[in-house]
Design a protein around this ligand. Structure first.
Ligand code: FES
Ligand code: FES
Length: 156
């Protein structure tokens, strides 16, 4: 099939796509957007999180045939050119990035949380990020990153 969709504000038309391949595969292998990570391909880890028409989804669970005509926003699309998004900066500054495999998904999930709840409690942060697994950090630095991003957004 020919897949027409918009990714990070750019329209794409991709030929030869199988309806049953995952959106994650389309992003990484067909559109050269490797930010979204492939860690489990089963909807368990959140590393592949993107927005699909404004809704946070695991792109490994979405089929290419479901995204025809849709708008997708990936972690790459959060940055403004060379300038990192404040959530991305907060992750770097707090040391919340170790191997980095979970980071893109956590950043998109944090972005989603803060647009819904600009001043989340720790419990709300934990709940919002419960679907994002990290094997390296022990989560404390990730909590610090979300708190910092929220603080800065509140001060802006
Ligand atoms: S790769 Fe999609 S949830 Fe793990
Ligand atoms: S930083 Fe390695 S999995 Fe989270």
């Amino acid at each position: 099939m020919r897949l027409k969709c918009t990714v990070n504000g750019e329209r794409h038309e991709v030929d030869g796509v199988w309806e049953g391949e995952s959106l994650l595969y389309v992003l990484r292998e067909r559109l050269a957007l490797p930010g979204s990570k492939n860690a489990c391909e089963q909807g368990e880890c959140g590393s592949c999180s993107v927005y699909l028409d404004g809704v946070l989804v695991c792109s490994c669970l979405v089929l290419a045939g479901q995204v025809v005509g849709c708008e997708i926003l990936t972690v790459e699309g959060l940055a403004e050119g060379e300038a990192l998004h404040p959530v991305q900066e907060a992750f770097v500054e707090t040391g919340a990035v170790q191997c980095g495999f979970c980071t893109p998904g956590l950043i998109v999930a944090t972005h989603d949380l803060l647009r819904r709840k600009p001043e989340p409690s720790d419990a709300e942060i934990r709940e919002a990020l419960a679907g994002n697994l990290c094997r390296c950090t022990g989560y404390e630095k990730i909590l610090d990153a979300v708190r910092l991003a929220a603080e800065r957004a509140g001060a802006a």
